[in-house]
Design a protein around this ligand. Structure first.
Ligand SMILES: [Zn+2]
Length: 257
C-alpha cells in the first residue's frame, strides 16, 4: 500500500485519503529503468546537471477513486500503446497503412484505418497536462511551468466526468520514429511557438502537444486529436530535437561549473 494523507482531492474536491500521485504514470518510470546496467536508474537531465536517479515525481494529489478514474480512462490503454523496450504497438499498427502525406521523415495519417481509441488518447493527455498545472511539482524548471489558468476548471470537469470535452483546447499526437525519443520521457513543459504557447509531453515514443485559447492558429487546430472533424496521427523522427536540447543543456552545465 502506498502511504496516504488526508486532504482535498484536486479532481473531485472531496476530503479524502490522498494517494501519492505520479506526475507521469508509474509504469513510465518503470519502463525507463535498464535492469541490465550496473546502475539501472534512468538518467535525469536538467538545466544544471545530469545524473542517474530512482526518484519519481509524486505528490499527495488525488483520492483513490480519482486515481482509478485516470487509470481506467487513459493510463491502462496508453500503457499498451507506448514503446515498451521491444514493441511499439500504436506505431506498428500505423505503419501498416498508407500515410496521407509524406515529407522527409514526417508522415501524416488522416483518419488512419486502424484501431485507435481517440477518446482515451485525449483523456490521458489532458489528465497529465491538468495535473502538471494544478500542483507545483518538483524538478520542473519554473520558467517552463505548465499553467492552464482559466482552462484548468473546464478540464477538471471533463476529467471528473461531469462535462464534455472543453472548448478551445487542441491536442496533437506525434509518434516518434527515433530510438532516442522512444527510450525517453520528459515531464510536461511549455514553450513559445510562433507566438502562442504550446505545452508538450514526451513519453516512450508518444509526443503530445496541447495548445489552449481562442487565438490558437488554425494550422495547429487542423491536425490533431479533435473530438470533431478529421483526426490525424503524425509520425516524426524527433531525435534531432532531443539531441539539440541535450546539447543546449550540456552547454549550460559547462557554463555554470
Ligand atoms: Zn477524488
Amino acid at each position: 500500500m502506498s502511504p496516504t494523507r488526508v486532504g482535498t482531492c484536486k479532481l473531485c474536491l472531496r476530503s479524502s485519503a490522498l494517494q501519492r500521485s505520479h506526475l507521469l504514470p508509474s509504469f513510465v518510470y518503470k519502463l525507463l529503468r535498464e535492469p541490465g546496467l550496473p546502475n539501472p536508474n534512468p538518467i535525469v537531465v536538467t538545466n544544471r546537471a545530469e545524473y542517474p536517479s530512482s526518484q519519481q515525481t509524486t505528490a499527495y494529489l488525488l483520492c483513490r477513486t480519482c486515481e482509478d478514474l485516470f487509470s481506467k480512462n487513459g493510463e491502462k490503454y496508453i500503457r499498451q500503446q507506448v514503446f515498451d523496450g521491444k514493441r511499439f504497438p500504436l506505431l506498428e499498427r500505423l505503419r501498416t497503412v498508407r500515410p496521407s502525406q509524406a515529407k522527409g521523415k514526417l508522415f501524416i495519417y488522416r483518419e488512419p484505418a486502424i484501431e485507435v481509441d481517440w477518446e482515451r488518447l485525449r483523456y490521458f493527455a489532458l489528465s497529465i497536462f491538468w495535473r502538471a498545472s494544478v500542483h507545483q511539482w518538483q524538478r520542473v524548471p519554473l520558467d517552463n511551468w505548465v499553467r492552464l489558468g482559466p482552462y484548468e476548471e473546464p478540464m477538471r470537469n471533463y476529467l471528473v466526468g461531469t462535462a464534455p470535452f472543453p472548448q478551445y483546447i487542441y491536442l496533437r499526437l506525434i509518434l516518434c520514429a527515433g530510438l532516442l525519443a522512444q527510450g525517453a520521457a520528459q515531464e510536461p513543459l511549455t514553450s513559445l511557438k510562433q507566438g502562442f504557447r504550446v505545452h508538450e509531453l514526451t513519453m516512450r515514443g508518444l509526443l503530445f502537444y496541447l495548445a489552449v485559447g481562442r487565438s490558437v492558429p488554425s494550422e495547429f487546430k487542423q491536425v490533431g486529436l479533435g473530438e470533431q472533424g478529421d483526426r490525424f496521427l503524425i509520425v516524426d523522427d524527433h531525435d534531432e530535437t532531443i539531441i539539440r536540447r541535450y546539447s543546449a543543456m550540456k552547454r549550460q552545465h559547462s557554463s555554470t561549473t
